[in-house]
Design a protein around this ligand. Structure first.
Ligand code: FEO
Ligand code: CA
Ligand code: CA
Length: 628
């Protein structure tokens, strides 16, 4: 452990280091179905989008599909880049909107380009490491809610090499993560800027008072000395992706919460449920537990169970209390994609981003009625886990006391164990999930999984290759999509296919070359963020290996591509700076500007000097046209 720099490990790698799994799986060969499925993907029109978009139930001809695809890409695709800035197609422009440390309020001290900011200033500035986001139109104001997923400790605490030295250091870190709500406005000449001191501006961080709602609220497993009712947790942690609701709220998703907890007493006995979620005495290096007792599980063993939820925020009311919706389960939540069934019931698709974890669906019992009450919709419903079959069919399995052998609240608090018991399909790290606005289909990016076919997941579940996860030691990732039976997201049965298997058609072999819609000109690895635009194009963002070497040669920096669900065509639109992940996407009300997140850039992005700063950028067309 001594020789490993914790700051350079991914969340997954850190979990695995602390919880080494036995080499238990058989080293299966890629199954025959997977290979044949690659041919199948060349015929991406065979079912699903083609039929749904055309509304005919018949297949599109290749010629008409290509013509349609051409007309839908309003940009000239760009090549890869390996430099320290952002690139967009000819005819498009980009500019920063807000950088980590920029003021939301005029009382914020100026950002120090060499040292960052202190705990006092951190309350009044844009957070670090932008991720999921959404823009709301509220009484004529454009208000963005945007996650700040985690903190680069070495960058935030340069004097101590990223190691917190006191309670103030910890407080600073706690304050620059979480969620920012801020008003933005167009700038003359293009782009957007923050409306400093807008009454909508708000920081929600690791200490913000919240409330629990849903079936697990108030359960003994969630009670602490400071909150004996188990109803009033503090803070939302490791806010990764997100999702808007039809009723104007923002769902922020708590992903790698485990790394923020530790124990000052290294001999503390860990509760049984900690192992599945990767909670260990040492923590990841945030060291909150050394200076803030709430994060010391030797003193507060229930506290880690108060994170890992989907939290609902009302961006229209800066005084509103965020609500942790326990009915949506406790996992390492990536994001939340909300759809409505034809009868008005609310469906929320969610992924658990860890190697060999699962895809989930929530279905409300109540129905959404515009203008009607909504507070119950995410509290009263059924949670399901996805099971995929190799023949292209699948079903959502309900997580109930009968299917799991667990009580209702335990199913929601220990959802991973419930999904294992019910027999879900282990997936290659489910990242973002999205729903096509013009066809009844869901998409999930399965970013990569070097352990596929190599070792079981943290619960000991088999992770041999299976239908939608067909490649062992999968370093490239894929996007699976499903087509609910009867064109109804509420139904249990679905058909599925792979929209794309990322790969390298130049240097790799066999299935690792990728699917038929991957070529030398558009290749990428590790799909992660995804968002549909209003025309039904799916925008794909990557968080992968940007070494541009070896099996990743020719892929360049992380990037954003646009994909046509109908033709399968995928083209590169944007490349990020070296070291960065491109994550988070939303649009201005007039859809003439897109907002894109640049997380953990290297170098000195975007200023060319000083600390690298995670940045929310605006992208627009020089001719003022629509961008989504
Ligand atoms: Fe925060 Fe799984 O990405
Ligand atoms: Ca992600
Ligand atoms: Ca990722």
């Amino acid at each position: 452990m001594k020789d490993i720099d914790k700051n350079k490990l991914s969340a997954d790698d850190w979990d695995e280091l602390n919880n080494p799994r036995p080499q238990g799986c058989e080293f299966d060969r890629v199954v025959e179905e997977a290979i044949s499925r690659r041919g199948f993907m060349g015929g991406v029109l065979a079912f699903g989008s083609g039929a749904a978009v055309m509304g005919t139930g018949t297949l599109l001809s290749t010629t008409s599909a290509e013509a349609q695809a051409r007309s839908r890409f309003a940009f000239t695709p760009i090549p890869i880049h390996t430099d320290a800035t952002v690139h967009v197609p000819d005819g498009y422009r980009w500019a920063p909107v807000v950088r980590w440390g920029d003021p939301l309020f005029s009382n914020a001290a100026e950002f120090d380009p060499e040292k960052g900011h202190d705990a006092e200033t951190a309350q009044y500035v844009f957070g670090e490491n932008t991720d999921g986001m959404w823009l709301y139109s509220i009484d004529g104001h454009e208000v963005i809610a945007v996650n700040s997923e985690y903190a680069n400790r070495e960058i935030n605490l340069p004097a101590s090499g990223g190691v917190p030295q006191n309670a103030d250091d910890v407080l600073m870190l706690q304050r620059i993560q979480g969620v920012t709500v801020m008003e933005v406005a167009p700038k003359s000449g293009g782009g957007y800027e923050v409306v400093v001191d807008s009454p909508f501006n708000r920081r929600i961080d690791h200490n913000t008072p919240m409330r629990f709602a849903g079936p697990a609220a108030g359960h003994d497993l969630l009670k602490t000395d400071a909150d004996p009712e188990g109803m009033n947790p503090l803070g939302t942690i490791n806010n990764c992706g997100s999702g808007p609701t039809p009723w104007g709220t923002y769902l922020t998703c708590e992903e790698n919460f485990n790394g923020y907890f530790g124990a000052t007493d290294a001999g503390t006995e860990l509760p049984e449920d900690y192992a599945r979620y990767g909670i260990v005495a040492e923590g990841w290096g945030y060291d909150y537990h050394r200076f803030d007792d709430r994060f010391d599980f030797a003193k507060n063993p229930a506290e880690p169970r108060r994170q890992g939820w989907v939290t609902e925020i009302d961006p229209s009311d800066p005084n509103s209390t965020p609500v942790k919706r326990t009915a949506l389960g406790r996992i390492k939540h990536e994001n939340a994609a909300v759809a409505l069934a034809p009868d008005g019931r609310v469906v929320v698709y969610m992924g658990d981003d860890e190697r060999g974890e699962y895809l989930y669906k929530y279905l409300s019992n109540g129905v959404y009625s515009p203008g009607g009450p909504t507070d119950h919709l995410l509290d009263d419903g059924q949670l399901f886990v996805a099971r995929f079959h190799a023949d292209g069919t699948g079903e959502w399995l309900p997580l109930t006391p009968e299917t799991t052998g667990m009580g209702e609240a335990e199913i929601l608090i220990f959802t991973r164990m419930a999904a294992s018991a019910a027999g879900g399909t282990t997936m290659d790290r489910p990242e973002w999930v999205q729903v096509n606005p013009i066809a009844v289909e869901g998409y999930a990016s399965l970013t990569n999984n070097k352990n596929r076919g190599v070792k079981p997941n943290a619960g000991g579940d088999d992770t041999s290759v299976n239908g939608p996860n067909p490649r062992e030691a999968n370093n490239y990732g894929q996007i699976v999509r499903w087509f609910p039976a009867n064109d109804d997201h509420a139904t249990a049965a679905f058909r599925w296919d792979l929209y794309v298997m990322a790969g390298n058609p130049v240097v790799a072999e066999g299935a690792y070359k990728g699917s038929a819609n991957v070529n030398e000109g558009n290749m990428f690895n590790s799909p992660d963020g995804m968002m549909f635009d209003s025309a039904g194009l799916i925008w794909i963002q990557t968080d992968g290996d940007d070494s541009n070497e070896g099996e990743f040669e020719g892929m360049g920096n992380n990037q954003m591509l646009a994909g046509d669900p109908v033709s399968g065509r995928i083209e590169r639109f944007l490349t990020g700076p070296t070291g960065a992940e491109v994550t988070g996407l939303c649009w201005s009300v007039d859809r003439k500007t897109m907002f894109v997140g640049i997380q953990h850039p290297g170098g000195s992005f975007p200023d060319g000097e000083g600390l690298p700063r995670s940045t929310l950028i605006a992208v627009w067309r020089e001719d003022g046209g629509l961008v989504g």
